[in-house]
Design a protein around this ligand. Structure first.
Ligand code: HAX
Length: 442
């Protein structure tokens, strides 16, 4: 058995025993209550699922197995650059231990050895109209690779429940290994006349992805490593993670599950916001007729966007109540690596101008920038200006978190998700009955 899988089995078996005991002794303990507002309001904050790989705090932001993004930058192996390798984060999320440089090198080599994309996936992509949105292509490519799911094949052969996790681990590793090649293929076919670039197997996962996209230079490779690390996971309740989890709970394999997650990521209130931000910024610059707008000009444009009933993309969050540490990590990167960029400067000016305006509306719970507010400007700086592709980059990274959790869900034997829904009529009757029996609600 490979060393990562062996470590995972050991950790998972210990946690399974712990959970079993917890449920036996305290299974009826109440951990949360649900208000009517939450029932109608997208289940915000309702504690109703377990997600081992990361946890989000409204003020501190994301912690991966307890480590903040600045800590990860200190602790995770960096290869030959300064930014953490996403391989290291995957290892950390999967087994809860910071890996050594040797362990990360082993994982890089594993993913290279598993990275062969089935030929029919390229044919499926080539059959799609060239103007098909890259996220649609990405999702179709992921589903097309389901033909090689180890879990589905072994399940059809009569897989024992106790081995679900093993087959899921194999699928997760294979799928992650192939995603950069698939994503780069989509990018090159859509924007570079199908002039594809072969993988360079001497490079790590993130750097090889940068290379296959066709953007050379060590700084862009560094940015891809950072980007693929910080977008990987954001606890379990966000739409792409939860969708992956829900689909996976039916025993759909990793390919179907990730495809469900990617459909959620493709929404403008979630991952598509990264393309919407840069689209919005360039529309603003075109409208204003300048690349160096003043703060007053930005404020006027923000107000006109709000007046036309649209949200300001890249701002706000369902959980966070501070500037997103993933935004701050990208700002720090830009300050260190990018000396002067007009578009990056605009993003920084927006960071000063937008929060007070959103705060002034009185209804926006978080006026601060989220992860999507910054990435586009850095990508444009390095020459990746085709913004319709940005959410695919996010998707490649998000696979690390949601698929490592899928391994945990299988190993823990988590059941089919099936929350209860009610009609408004049921709620009205429920409230009536409460009133009749003298229950006072505020
Ligand atoms: N611009 C304008 N209005 C905003 C806003 C923004 N950036 N963020 C929130 N609001 C509005 C909401 O639309 C809502 O208005 P109504 O009551 O009129 O419907 C009100 O403020 C309260 O919303 P909220 O409770 O603060 O925010 P939600 O939890 O409902 O929504 C969203 C969180 C991220 C969807 C929201 O902030 C938003 O639409 N932001 C812009 C899109 C975006 O950047 N999405 C990416 C989020 C991060 C992510 O998932 N990345 O992948």
């Amino acid at each position: 058995m490979d060393p990562l899988k062996e470590k995972f089995q050991e950790k998972a078996s210990a946690l399974k025993t712990e959970i079993k005991a917890l449920l036996k002794e305290q299974g009826s303990t109440v951990v949360d209550e649900v208000t009517l507002k939450q029932v109608f309001g997208g289940m915000r904050g309702v504690k109703s699922m377990v997600w081992e790989t990361s946890q989000l705090d409204a003020i501190e932001g994301i912690r991966f197995r307890g480590y903040s993004i600045p800590q990860l930058r200190e602790l995770l192996p960096t290869g030959n650059g300064k930014e953490p390798l996403p391989e290291g984060l995957f290892w950390l999320m999967l087994v809860g231990e910071v890996p050594t440089a040797e362990q990360v090198k082993w994982l890089t080599d594993q993913w290279i050895s598993r990275s062969m994309v089935p030929d029919h996936t390229f044919k499926v992509l080539d059959a799609l109209p060239i103007d098909t949105h890259p996220m649609t292509q990405f999702n179709i490519a992921i589903t097309s690779m389901q033909t090689s799911s180890v879990f589905s094949r072994r399940y059809a052969e009569g897989l024992n429940k106790s081995e679900y996790w093993d087959a899921t681990y194999e699928d997760a590793m294979n799928l992650i290994a192939r995603l950069p090649r698939v994503a780069a293929y989509i990018y090159r076919r859509t924007y570079h006349k199908g002039h594809h670039i072969q993988p360079d197997i001497s490079l790590d996962w993130g750097a090889n992805f940068a290379h296959m996209l066709g953007i050379e230079g060590s700084d862009f490779k560094s940015f891809m490593r950072l980007y693929l690390t910080i977008h990987a996971d954001h606890e379990g309740g966000n739409a792409s993670a939860h969708a992956t989890h829900l689909v996976g709970s039916t025993l759909s394999d990793a390919y179907y599950s990730l495809s469900g997650g990617m459909s959620a990521l493709a929404g403008p209130l979630h991952g598509l916001a990264n393309q919407e931000v840069i689209k919005w910024v360039f529309r603003m610059l075109d409208t204003l007729g300048t690349r160096r707008p003043t703060k007053d000009q930005i404020a006027d444009y923000v107000n006109s966007t709000l007046a036309s009933g649209q949200v300001i993309p890249g701002y706000g969050h369902a959980v966070l109540r501070q500037p997103d540490p993933r935004f701050i990590a990208q700002k720090r990167f830009a300050e260190e690596y990018i000396l002067d960029s007009e578009v990056v400067n605009v993003i920084w000016k927006c960071f000063e101008v937008i929060p007070p305006i959103l705060k002034g509306l009185g209804k926006v719970k978080n006026p601060w920038p989220n992860v999507d507010a910054h990435s586009g400007a850095i990508l444009v700086h390095y020459g990746l200006s085709e913004y319709s592709f940005y959410t695919v980059l996010f998707g490649v990274s998000r696979a690390l978190g949601v698929l490592s959790q899928l391994c945990w869900s299988r190993a823990m034997g988590f059941p089919l998700e099936r929350p209860k829904s009610v009609t408004t009529e049921w709620i009205t009757e429920f409230l009536e009955k409460q009133k009749e029996s003298g229950v006072v609600n505020n």
